[in-house]
Design a protein. Structure first.
Length: 273
């Protein structure tokens, strides 16, 4: 058997190894948008199977609150606040509460290690999961809003504003829920924080603001969903002030960007531990 030096072979082993190394170094990184779409579809499919019964619970809960409030609220601005707050409460239940539990369990069970091995940017994981959970709230929010308008005799003319309210409020609440779940040291604490956040959205979002003490109103202004509730409630008037509606939506969107950025940072922090 003859032995031929590897350096005299143009396509030898050394050249193949160098080529492989160069290709590994120059391999393109996964882009954000395709990764985001893939994670979104996977999370939406998972949420549809696992969270569908809970969506009925969230919708039934908001409808039940409106029925109870019907006995103490006749109409006017208070009815508008109740209907808008109950509709956004469905978003809070799913996007904040359930997402906090999901990421808390994912971190506690070591599921973040699976995502860390995938060639996807951290932002794609957070945004994909947040978008899926926020999208999952659309049917319940619409049903709650229509039922509330019929119950309190409010106009259905401007319900189309939910097209902006749901994604903006959902992004803000989903980012907050993901951050709570990723920063909580234990899954039980993540569940507790998610429940507290949903309770805050219930008490501060559904009850009319003019009946709250000044200190509670300040706390209400710090809740991300408040601006989505205010934007939706303003559209029930005879002549909505669209400048204020757009302003509330802009604030809600800005809070959503900040909360999702914090959730992405929390994901990076939790994934490397």
């Amino acid at each position: 058997m003859s032995v031929v030096p590897a350096d005299v072979l143009p396509g030898g082993v050394l050249a193949a190894e160098e080529t492989t190394a160069d290709e590994a170094e120059l391999a393109p990184r996964a882009r954000l948008w395709p990764s985001l779409v893939a994670v979104y579809r996977a999370q939406l499919s998972r949420a549809r199977v696992a969270r569908l019964p809970l969506l009925f619970v969230a919708t039934f809960q908001s409808i039940g609150i409106m029925i109870l409030m019907r006995g103490v609220v006749d109409g006017g601005g208070e009815a508008q606040a109740v209907v808008a707050g109950s509709a956004v409460l469905v978003v809070a239940f799913v996007a904040l509460n359930l997402l906090a539990q999901y990421f808390g369990q994912l971190r506690g069970s070591g599921g973040l290690d699976h995502y860390a091995t995938l060639p996807v940017p951290p932002a794609a994981v957070v945004l994909g999961a947040a978008g899926a959970y926020a999208s999952f709230t659309v049917p319940g929010t619409v049903v709650t809003a229509v039922f509330g308008c019929l119950l309190f005799g409010l106009p259905l003319t401007h319900l189309w504003v939910l097209v902006a309210v749901i994604p903006l409020a959902g992004a803000a609440l989903a980012g907050l829920g993901a951050a709570l779940g990723l920063l909580a040291p234990r899954p039980e604490l993540a569940t507790l924080l998610g429940q507290l956040g949903m309770s805050a959205a219930l008490l501060l979002g559904v009850l009319p603001a003019d009946r709250m003490p000044e200190v509670v109103r300040l706390a209400r202004d710090l809740l991300p969903s408040t601006y989505g509730v205010e934007a939706f409630a303003r559209t029930f008037g005879e002549r909505p002030d669209w400048a204020f509606v757009l302003g509330d939506l802009a604030v809600c969107g800005a809070v959503g960007v900040v909360s999702l950025a914090v959730a992405t940072w929390a994901y990076r922090r939790a994934a490397v531990r």
